[in-house]
Design a binder for this molecule. Structure first.
Ligand code: BJW
Ligand code: ZN
Length: 250
């Protein structure tokens, strides 16, 4: 592993020698696993326990919003009681040291911001917020047994502010992250299965535009196939190692 980390350091140095160093980190649920938040796919993944068609699609929301709320209330509880882990802190440090300019996360848990990352794009929303489908009001979710599932002051049922399957991603964020991916010359991909589109296509877009790609995952994903360096292992262990070496070099 140390040798692979050294390869990443060489890549970073090589890219940094160019005029404009533009790097982003793309994260998925694997980065929050060590914070006690389950991933979606694979063993122990949420979809082993729940049928995603019943809890994570737009059709499910329309058909049975109570069921969806039951599922998300548990998730929100977990998130509110969790803390960022060493991988979130390592990502924040990369930004602080100038080794990346933005964090594109598919996670809806807000842990990157809590770890200190500043320029975070939450492409699938944020579970700690509710949004009113009628008047557009957004607010932090607060559990109230007398108003659950929660209703807006306009009378409409509120929903978690997340992007469900079959829904489009917020267009302003989407165009921003595609532009980041297109112009980047280095990408760190952390803890995502690369199965959910359109976000899974970002590293491919960057690669086509000659960016270097570094993947941190416990398993080989399709992103690993386009990686210049693939670091297999728990990102809460591997990312801090990279940051530690970068700090030593400064
Ligand atoms: C570790 C680790 C450790 C573990 N260290 N690593 C183009 C082609 C094909 C399909 C489509 C397409 N365009 C659109 C679609 C349809 C659909 C889609 O992609 N389907 C695929 C499944 C086939 N996409 C959509 O519907 C999207 N909307 C859209 O595109 O609109 C336009 C459109 C609509 C319809 C048709 C066509 C166009 C919306 C996607 C919304 C995703 N929403 C969710 C739920 C959000 C709420 C919540 O957070 O609860 O987002 S689903 C879920 O998956 C969640 C995640 O953000 C997302 C990605 O999952 P992630 O993060 O990668 O997690 P896992 O579990 O998959 O992977 C974990 C990884 O971590 C693994 O690799 C592990 O090995 C690793 N790991 N521990 C390092 N310690
Ligand atoms: Zn409303």
């Amino acid at each position: 592993m140390n040798q692979l980390i050294d390869e990443v350091i060489s890549l970073v140095e090589e890219v940094r020698e160019r005029k404009k160093f533009k790097a982003y980190v793309l994260t998925g649920s694997g980065i929050s696993r060590a914070s006690g938040i389950p991933t979606f796919r694979g063993e122990d993944g949420l979809w082993e326990k729940y049928d995603f068609e019943e809890v994570a699609t737009y059709d499910a929301w329309v058909k049975n919003p109570e069921k969806l709320w039951e599922f998300y209330r548990e998730g929100i509880d977990l998130i509110l009681n969790s803390e960022p882990n060493n991988a979130h802190y390592a990502v924040a440090k990369l930004e602080e040291m100038g080794f990346c300019q933005s964090v594109i996360t598919q996670n809806a848990d807000g842990l990157h911001q809590r770890a200190g990352s500043k320029n975070v794009y939450e492409v699938h929303g944020n579970l700690t917020r509710v949004v009113c489908p009628n008047c557009g009001m957004k607010a932090p979710f607060q559990y109230n047994a007398e108003n659950f599932p929660p209703h807006c002051s306009c009378g409409s049922l509120l929903r978690p502010d997340v992007v469900l399957f079959g829904e489009t991603l917020p267009t302003d964020i989407l165009s921003k992250v595609f532009s980041i991916a297109k112009t980047a010359n280095l990408v760190f991909v952390v803890g995502t299965s690369a199965e959910v589109y359109p976000i899974a296509s970002l590293p491919h877009l960057s690669k086509r535009n000659r960016a270097r790609v570094v993947v941190f995952n416990i398993k080989k994903t399709s992103h690993a196939q386009i990686a210049d360096v693939f670091i297999q292992g728990k990102c809460e262990e591997t990312l801090p190692k990279l940051v530690e070496k970068l700090v030593q070099k400064e």
